[in-house]
Write a protein of this length. Sequence first.
Length: 267
Amino acid sequence: MSNAQAFSTAAMPLDEQLVLVTGAGRGLGAAIAKAFAHVGSAVVVNYRYSADAAEELAEAIRARGGRAAALEADVTDDRAVDAMFDGAHTEFGMPVSTVVNSALMDYTFDVEGRQPADEIDFADLSAQFRGTVGSAMNTVQAAMSGFREIGSGRVINIGSNLVQNPVVPYHDYTAAKAALLALTRTFARDLGPLGVRVNMVSGGLLRTTDASAATTEEVFDRIAEASALGHVTTPEEFASAVVFFASPDSRAVTGQNLIVDNGYVMS
């Protein structure tokens, strides 16, 4: 069997993995970190500003017999990301096997306060590209030495169903997520021979995270009514789908975008 064939069949059990979740100090990232801890994975809780929340989450996981460490890094800074991966290897004695890119650059989903097409500046798009695409590039590139050591790797990027259905035109955020989807597919093609699967999980508005805190109950209710399953997706529901893409069950899946929104968008 060739090296490429050996890589392509590699699938680490979840309870043998070290999973790094960016932006895991709060919100969706925290829910994803908890979901991985629940299935026995060791978890790196990355944070930038939410030190107390990240340390509290890591401690709660350890108190339940899990393995977790909170590590600070600005994921838009490649040197900080490299240092975080080195720290994770030192802390756990093993390389990161799965990277979840869930960090969200400062953003609030505010329908009334959003910038319309005739007013938004390209600097706003650039900031989102740096925070969304740039940070994903940094984490994947920092993970590659460990992926090569293991013989496989998983990357799960967090997207948005606004790319498929921009029901609210958040131009900067949606453009950056569309670019991340493209990167997901090109990286999947390029890294596949090394046994690295790269996928995206895309959600809609979640009920509730810090980013969606400005959303009114009326908007949440309209989304629930328009969804096939009749309710707004929770962070915990979304996190379960992320865990799937790190599991052996998804070993034949790469370059895909799974929309998890209770049937709000069906395309």
